[in-house]
Design a protein around this ligand. Structure first.
Ligand code: FAD
Length: 496
């Protein structure tokens, strides 16, 4: 037996018949109670389509039912039935993932963990918290507020811990606190046959064999279902301000990012928005009371335990900005202004989608999530935007510049579809050439990144992932087809 598993050596997946699934649903209903299972069409649609609709489900791709377990034991019993009967299982938390992550390509049962939403135990002195998977990151932060603590990752509003761990999500705070993988100490997981395992205890570090916690992080529901997690917490930054610096050139803005790192200061967030993004904000009137400059913008969150050292940090940021031709430097200090600025940043995706529909009502919109070493960011952004302009394609660019993570939203009319897809592909390939990745934080799902992943990591690495998948899930029931192909007869294309 070889160490890796080639796709062409596998047999096509075979799942249960309709009759078997209907009879399994009756048994599952007895486990969760009839109120915690639904076959309502609108719910089935909601649990197959995310609100961005970047990667839409095909007409037949709806689960047979959605179940809402309330405990790890219930999840285990449901999964055991599905395992015994060969029924696909798709885990679901907040439903905010945007790469077709929870599209049930083989239908089956959707397990929605949103009713498992208890904060089990806060260990204030250890800076960790034990939570169920249906706790939202925003609700968790509200709960932690009186303790002056916070959870690091801040992905889409509505995202929950189960989905955040399963996608290795991050957000604007990642430059300071890292991604989900850096913010989890241990997990309790239901495996494909219903076995419940805990990956480790709560110590900050351990050299206790395989790092199973991080095996499940980013596995997009394909290896197990997270039913509990112990998360690292952080003390909220003191004396936080937001620096805003405008630039006329993208290169100057991105060079400032490297300059800030080299200056040795710590940024709590370091975000970039291009001039087209700024135009979208002003044309949609979503920028609140403030007048936003139309130029490229860096938004930088800074803090320090005391005000004197904060002033030193601010001075360094101003110096680095000016060295790189930055202007309009403003430091937002009061809570209301800071909240308003950050609200605009956190709702950028919706703002751009609405703007795109306004300026091109028939347009389709596709995002990129490429991520490169920070020194390569100027080359990535300038080459990308030049190519889009040459092809006469409308696009906005924004990103977590401090992590080298760029989200370009490409907006195209039906007759531009071919060239738009080619260019998005080209951008991903450029990121790979620059020693980067096709996905900095959103994940792969069933998007066209599945194919690009082979180019990024090499076929052998994907073959190894396939070996791990089948070692843990012999029947391939857990979120089949996501991240990489596991069925040689599958020919799903995300956009046809
Ligand atoms: C407006 C907007 C902004 C966003 N901004 C960011 C951002 O800044 N950074 C970022 O990283 N992402 C961002 N995202 C993407 C999204 O928020 C993240 O991918 C998030 O982590 C998904 O969490 P969720 O709870 O919604 O998971 P879901 O969408 O429900 O599921 C995501 C995946 O996880 C699996 N899954 C769900 N629950 C479990 C479980 N309990 N066990 C195992 N697998 C499970 C699912 O099968 C699926 O494959 C954004 C999305 C939107 C809409």
């Amino acid at each position: 037996m070889s160490s890796t598993t080639k796709l062409h050596d596998l047999k096509p997946l075979q799942f249960a018949s309709e009759d078997t699934i209907q009879s399994a649903m009756k048994n599952i209903s007895q486990i969760v109670g009839p109120d915690n299972m639904t076959v309502s069409k609108s719910e089935l649609d909601n649990h197959s389509t995310d609100s961005s609709n970047f990667v839409p489900p095909k007409d037949h791709e709806r689960p047979h039912c959605i179940v809402y377990p309330t405990s790890a034991e219930q999840v285990s019993q449901i999964v055991k039935i599905c395992h015994d009967e060969n029924i696909p299982v798709v885990p679901y938390s907040g439903g905010t993932a945007i790469e077709g992550h929870f599209i049930p390509t083989h239908r089956g049962i959707c397990i929605d963990v949103s009713k498992m939403n208890k904060i089990v135990q806060l260990h204030e002195d250890d800076l960790d918290v034990v939570v169920q998977p249906g706790v939202g990151w925003m609700e968790l932060n509200e709960y932690l507020e009186p303790y002056n603590l916070m959870f690091g990752p801040d992905p889409g509003p509505g995202a929950m811990i189960g989905g955040i761990l399963a996608t290795n999500a991050s957000g604007t705070n990642a430059v300071r606190y890292g991604a989900a993988k850096d913010n989890v100490l241990s997990m309790t997981v239901v495996l494909a046959d219903g076995t419940i395992i805990k990956t480790k205890n709560r110590p900050r570090k351990s050299s206790n064999g395989y790092n199973l916690t991080n095996l499940f992080v980013g596995s997009e529901g394909t290896l197990g279902i997270v039913v509990e997690a112990t998360l690292k917490l952080h003390v909220k930054p003191k004396n936080e301000v937001i620096a805003m610096i405008n630039f006329k050139s993208i290169t100057d803005a991105t060079k400032t990012v490297s300059g800030l790192f080299k200056s040795g200061i710590t940024c709590n967030a370091l975000e970039f928005m291009d001039d087209r993004q700024m135009l979208a904000i002003s044309e949609m009137g979503t920028g609140g009371e403030r007048t936003w400059s139309p130029h490229h913008l860096l938004l930088i969150k800074l803090s320090s335990p005391n005000l004197n050292s904060l002033n030193d940090v601010i001075k360094t940021v101003k110096d680095v900005g000016i060295e790189n031709n930055g202007f309009n430097i403003e430091i937002a200090k009061d809570d209301e202004t800071k909240e308003e600025i950050w609200r605009v940043r956190k709702t950028l995706l919706w703002n751009s989608l609405q703007w795109a529909k306004k300026v091109k009502p028939n347009a389709t919109i596709l995002p990129t999530d490429v991520c490169v070493p920070v020194s390569k960011l100027p080359e990535l952004i300038t080459k990308t935007m030049d190519r889009l302009n040459d092809a006469d394609l409308l696009a906005t660019a924004a990103g977590h510049a401090g992590d080298g993570n760029l989200h370009v939203l490409v907006i195209f009319e039906p007759d531009q579809a071919k060239v738009a897809h080619e260019l998005i592909n080209e951008m991903s390939k450029l990121a790979i050439e620059l020693d980067g990745t096709v996905s900095g934080e959103h994940g792969i799902g069933v998007s066209d990144k599945r194919e690009l992943l082979e180019q990024e990591l090499g076929i052998e690495t994907i073959d190894l992932m396939r070996t791990i998948k089948f070692a843990l899930d012999k029947k391939g029931i857990l979120n089949p087809d996501h991240i990489f192909k596991i069925d040689p007869s599958e020919d799903r294309h995300p956009f046809s």
